[in-house]
Design a protein around this ligand. Structure first.
Ligand code: ADP
Ligand code: MG
Length: 256
């Protein structure tokens, strides 16, 4: 891979749920170290784009390239599926997702949550994984919660555990789907702080967020989706300071 090859390159993506077309030709890419934010109204297709990108959802048309390697498909249209389960696993484990609702396993301790996928999916050595997991928990500021269960943590702590869990996969990129939306405002900031730290370390990240301040602070590129299409995109300075489209202006005035 050359330095010019994006980590993730999405080209002309189309996705429908049955007859309902929700992504109608979306293209963007993220190079190593880029933070790309997806913004837009509820229902505009942000989560769907993220879920298609890491192959949690099928798409009917368009290309998805991971480090220059196109996803191989079999079938077409509504019958299109990824052809190679090994490729799907490789891409999915390299685009680690953090969800709005944390999705921690309630019956496992925080440490077990962070260790689970590297052990079972990647088959890594237990002692090494534990060492790494404790390191990531320290990094997100909850090293002292390793032996607690999710229900014993605040929402902000649970989301930071979910971020440690994503990091422990040592992915090429992190995908965040509204990581702060389920949190009270005072807890939101502790998660924003962690995301900012990751951005300043040069992590490649794709972030769906309603937090325009965070999007402005951390992004290299911002994509504004409207009804399954990119209505406007650009660097945050331009997009937030001088939005061109009426829709984006309206959206920003309703959220900022
Ligand atoms: P956003 O994340 O921007 O709020 P989504 O990607 O969740 O938007 O949804 C885009 C559109 O797809 C919406 O119209 C939503 O109702 C629809 N949609 C999302 N998930 C499903 C699903 N599993 N089945 C049917 N329609 C869905
Ligand atoms: Mg969503």
């Amino acid at each position: 891979m050359t330095s010019e090859t994006p980590v993730l390159d999405i080209r002309d993506l189309h996705k429908a749920y049955g007859a309902l077309e929700v992504i109608k030709g979306v293209s963007f890419s993220a190079h190593r170290g880029d933070v790309v934010s997806l913004i837009g109204s509820s229902g505009s297709g942000k989560s769907t784009v993220l879920r298609c990108a890491n192959l949690l959802e099928d798409s009917q048309q368009g290309d998805i390239l991971f480090k220059g390697e196109p996803v191989r498909w079999k079938g077409a249209g509504h019958n299109r599926r990824p052809a190679d389960p090994k490729q799907v696993l490789r891409i999915r484990t390299n685009l680690s997702m953090v969800f709005q609702q944390f999705n921690l396993w309630a019956h496992m301790t925080i440490l077990q949550n962070v260790m689970e996928a590297p052990l079972t999916v990647l088959g890594r050595d237990r002692a090494e994984v534990e060492h790494a997991a404790r390191g990531y928990l320290d990094k997100v500021g909850i090293g002292d919660k390793a032996d607690n269960y999710p229900a014993q943590l605040s929402g902000g702590q649970q989301q930071r555990a979910a971020i440690a869990r994503a990091l422990c996969m040592e992915p090429e990129a992190l995908l965040f789907d509204e990581p702060t939306s389920a949190l009270d405002p005072e807890l939101e900031q502790e998660v924003v702080r962690v995301i900012k730290d990751l951005a300043s370390e040069g992590r490649t990240m794709l972030i769906v967020t309603h937090d325009m301040k965070m999007a402005r602070d951390v992004s290299k590129h911002v994509v504004f989706l409207h009804q399954g299409l990119i209505e406007e995109e650009g660097p945050p300075e331009t997009l937030f300071r001088a939005p061109k489209s009426e829709r984006l202006r309206g959206f920003l005035s309703s959220t900022m």
